[in-house]
Design a protein around this ligand. Structure first.
Ligand code: MF3
Ligand code: CO
Ligand code: CO
Length: 284
């Protein structure tokens, strides 16, 4: 965000004193506490919420059109055109050299799949579509799974249980809990259902930038890791594998992450605001 604008908001909407005090207390108790610059103020939260509304509408639009026979480039076209029509832009485009506007990850692709005219959707595929929208400088990040035609029971179950993993993570994302509580909740659910959890990638702070502190691992120990302070905005985005947890990167495009063992993988993502009483999903 523009430095001057940030300063103006910081002066008009300071972090409430009782929150700063509690942050100090937690530090004294040797908890990891975020730099106050990452705590969002009401004006910023409004901006992120509006970006979230566009992001949700984009994913809804994808859901209306996605079907067998379509290429992942067709999804990229829908996302880009719809986002631009709403006066927003797609964060992935040219992000660290990423060539497209959205990530499309099919079956054994864990994340960061690159849309292509050559990659068509087939009956029985499962695909993650991950959109990040920038509106008026504010970022919102969410992804969903789509099932194409007749999907095997194993794939359908993976998609549904991965959504549950995200829901478990969101339920654990309470004020003054920690990032470790989120990871613990996600992994506990995944492992209880026989799945493995990808560790190399995770959720993140979001809102004024694409990826902010903290890193949100989807495994963890209760009470460990950074404290969740009201006003923090983070993503939770578990990547869950049917087989082993290991992943590898595409040597040719430098982006796409696959499961090492070739097993199927699913992911769901939301942008979550930590509030004083719980949390709010900003990408519904
Ligand atoms: N949207 C992804 C996330 O959830 C990041 C994609 S980075 C890109 O963090 F460059 F591949 F788009
Ligand atoms: Co994302
Ligand atoms: Co994300």
């Amino acid at each position: 965000m523009d430095e001057k604008l940030w300063r103006e908001i910081d002066e008009k909407e300071p972090i409430p004193a009782h929150i700063l005090e509690r942050m100090e207390q937690m530090k004294k108790h040797h908890k990891e506490v975020i730099d106050p610059e990452f705590i969002k103020r009401p004006t910023m939260i409004e901006g992120i919420r509006r970006a979230g509304e566009v992001n949700t509408a984009v994913l809804d639009e994808v859901g209306k059109h996605i079907r067998a026979g379509m290429s992942t480039q067709d999804i990229d076209d829908i996302v880009r055109e719809f986002t631009h029509a709403r006066g927003a832009i797609c964060a992935p485009y040219k992000y660290e050299g990423f060539p497209k506007s959205v990530c499309t990850s099919i079956n054994n692709e864990v994340c960061h799949g690159i849309p292509s005219r050559l990659r068509k959707l087939h009956d029985g595929d499962i695909i993650n579509v991950d959109c990040t929208t920038i509106l008026d400088g504010y970022y919102a990040d969410a992804s969903r799974m789509f099932m194409i035609g007749n999907v095997s029971d194993a794939r359908r179950k993976l998609v549904e249980e991965t959504k549950r993993c995200l829901e478990e993570g969101i339920a654990a994302a309470q004020p003054w809990a920690t990032v470790g509580d989120i990871g613990y909740a996600v992994a506990k659910y995944a492992h209880a259902h026989g799945y493995s959890v990808v560790r190399e990638l995770g959720g993140h702070g979001v809102g004024l930038d694409f990826h902010e502190d903290p890193f949100v691992a989807h495994v963890g120990t209760r009470g460990r890791g950074m404290v969740l302070v009201p006003g923090m905005v983070i993503t939770i985005e578990p990547m869950i594998n049917i087989g082993k947890r290991g992943v590898c990167i595409d040597d040719y495009n430098g982006w796409t992450i696959y499961t090492k063992d070739g097993s199927d993988s699913a992911q769901w993502e939301h942008t979550i605001l930590i509030t004083e009483t719980g949390n709010e999903i900003l990408t519904y």
